[in-house]
Design a protein around this ligand. Structure first.
Ligand SMILES: [Zn+2]
Length: 268
């Protein structure tokens, strides 16, 4: 494993990705979120002490047990081991593996049904808490690839989109996978310098032309073996641009890990 040229960037969390937004999974009513606000607000800052942290951890643990969990695929209340994101009926099966422009790629499943609903909630439903259970699901594709890497790098969001959403879902997923695998996440390695809109009517070459130069590496990554992390991989155009940016910085992209693989008609 490579040493970290910049501790904050090699850490499994980072401001740019909003990884700190990962919270316990609770009912959509956001019980834990309210509890968190209650604990972290106020002038006393008692939560900064070890006792405060212990009380907070206990409070979250209690909520974790007591709060009903709802399957993000079908909305049914669910309990038990598989209730982190899905009920047993909606739980994904074996990972999907393919090659994204000659790079081994693996996803939790195809972008349809419960997995599509989950990704949609994570990206557009203001549910960053889902990054925890969904990030845990990335462990199966990761294991399927069985590759060594020096760092996980998420596909970046444009700063304006990041401000709107409040977090980069790919960064949250990468941070969660990093904590599970021990491979560092380099959440700010790539930067989207030009905003592009998904245009479903474009073919791969047209998408590639639209995205060319839109993503760059912040600094050299000489000889680093990178696993690129995204929520949904569609045509592979975004992957191609990220791979090019990382290779221009001296890195080698050894694999792509994603939550879902979509067909080329539905996104980027
Ligand atoms: Zn379900």
């Amino acid at each position: 494993m490579k040493s970290a040229p910049n501790g904050s960037e090699w850490a499994a969390t980072g401001q740019d990705g909003g990884a700190a937004a990962i919270a316990p999974v609770v009912a959509p009513s956001g019980v834990a979120g309210a509890a968190s606000a209650a604990v972290t607000s106020g002038p006393a800052r008692a939560s900064d002490t070890w006792l405060g942290r212990s009380v907070r951890a206990l409070a979250f643990a209690s909520l974790d047990v007591l709060a009903p969990r709802f399957c993000v695929g079908c909305g049914e209340a669910a309990r038990g081991r598989s209730a982190e994101a899905f009920c047993d009926a909606c739980a994904p099966g074996a990972p999907v593996c393919w090659e994204a422009n000659c790079i081994p790629a693996s996803a939790v499943g195809f972008y349809r049904g419960p997995l599509e609903a989950a990704v949609h909630a994570l990206k557009y439903g203001k549910r960053p808490d889902l990054a925890r259970p969904l990030g845990d699901l990335l462990h199966d594709p990761w294991t399927e690839l069985a590759l060594e890497a020096d760092a996980l790098v998420p596909v970046p969001l444009h700063p304006r989109r990041l401000r709107e959403r409040g977090y980069n879902q790919a960064a949250l997923l990468a941070a969660r996978l990093a904590s599970a695998t021990g491979t560092p996440a380099r959440l700010r390695a790539l930067r989207r310098i030009r905003e592009t809109r998904p245009l479903p009517g474009l073919d791969r070459a047209e998408r590639a032309a639209q995205l060319a130069g839109a993503i760059v590496a912040r600094r050299p990554l000489t000889d680093a073996r990178i696993i690129l992390v995204d929520d949904v991989v569609t045509s592979g155009s975004t992957v191609d641009v990220c791979v090019q940016a990382l290779e221009d910085a001296g890195a080698c992209v050894v694999a792509v890990v994603a939550l879902a693989r979509a067909d080329s008609k539905s996104g980027s």
